[in-house]
Design a protein around this ligand. Structure first.
Ligand code: 7PM
Length: 281
């Protein structure tokens, strides 16, 4: 009998131990990201987008149901669950791809883990009530992102004693907090949080010095795609930031990032493949 299932299943440990960085494709499940055709239609549009990202070479799909944009409204637990859980279940039943859930709510984490999520991606680094416990009794990986302040106000005059050292200290504190509750450091991924409480200048310094986080001996995830640090530098609207985004992806990869979080999967995979050929030469 023919079997359409892949012979080997994609494993996050293999993705992370590869010397070429992997692309994480962004799937935004906030209602403004789909044409208004009701629940069923949204779900279908999401799955079509996921299928395309996988064909384009994404190894991980990052599903987000809460907008962390400065000034964005809070999302209720029920709304966030309704946005991310059905699409997580649908992806896991159809595709051989790793799935990451972008959330800061312990209940969403728990339900996502029960439904087969591979990564919990928390821009608040599991600092919320019950979050460490929600992931402790599982085997998911966790992306601990650095953010200074809160989304609503984080871009108004962020300050650091020493940008890199302050972020490293934050990582060390969060790694310890996780380990103390039984989350092994082998399950952790670090992300310096481009654009989250950082000025334009600080964001470029962070990119220039990204390799300094390698001293913490954990995989680094970098999310720069279409961000304001590109738009403000180039004076480009969000739909005109592809070239800038590709440049940042390559620089992050050269500085050792293992996962690059992007909207434009195909173009980023092409750019990284060129870099890989140079590295292998
Ligand atoms: C509006 C503004 C919508 C900003 C979405 C965003 C990251 C993340 C986000 C990141 C990790 C975006 C952000 N950014 N998770 N979630 N790292 N780990 O630009 O950089 O996608 S949301």
């Amino acid at each position: 009998m023919s079997n359409t299932l892949p012979v080997t299943t994609l494993k996050l440990v293999d993705v992370l131990s590869s010397n070429t960085p992997s692309v994480m494709g962004i799937l935004n499940m906030t209602p403004d990201s789909f044409s208004d055709g009701g629940k069923f239609n949204q779900q279908n549009q999401a799955l079509v987008q996921v299928e395309r990202m996988i064909a384009d070479g994404a190894k991980i799909i990052d599903i987000g149901g809460e907008s962390t944009r400065p000034g964005a409204k809070d999302v209720s637990l029920n709304d966030e669950l309704a946005r991310v859980i059905p699409v997580l279940t649908a992806i896991k039943s159809r595709f051989d791809v790793l799935v990451s859930i972008d959330t800061s709510k312990s209940e969403v984490m728990g339900e996502a883990i029960a439904q087969g999520a591979d990564i919990i991606n928390d821009v608040r680094a599991l600092q919320g009530e019950g979050c460490i416990s929600a992931v402790a009794n599982s085997s998911v990986h966790v992306c601990l992102m650095h953010m200074q302040g809160q989304p609503r106000t984080m871009q108004n005059n962020p300050q650091y004693k020493n940008l890199i050292e302050d972020i490293k200290d934050f990582f060390i504190e969060r790694i310890k907090a996780c380990q103390a509750k039984g989350i092994s450091s082998q399950r952790l991924i670090l992300d310096p949080g481009f654009g989250f409480g950082k000025t334009l200048e600080q964001n470029y310094k962070l990119l220039a010095k990204l390799s300094e986080f390698e001293s913490l001996n954990l995989p680094i995830l970098a999310g720069l795609s279409r961000k304001s640090m590109i738009g403000n530098l180039l004076n480009r609207e969000v739909d005109q930031r592809l070239a800038g985004s590709l440049a940042t992806a390559i620089i992050a990869a050269q500085q050792g990032a293992k996962i690059i979080r992007v909207h434009d999967v195909k173009e980023t995979v092409d750019a990284l493949t060129v870099l890989q050929a140079v590295s292998a030469a």
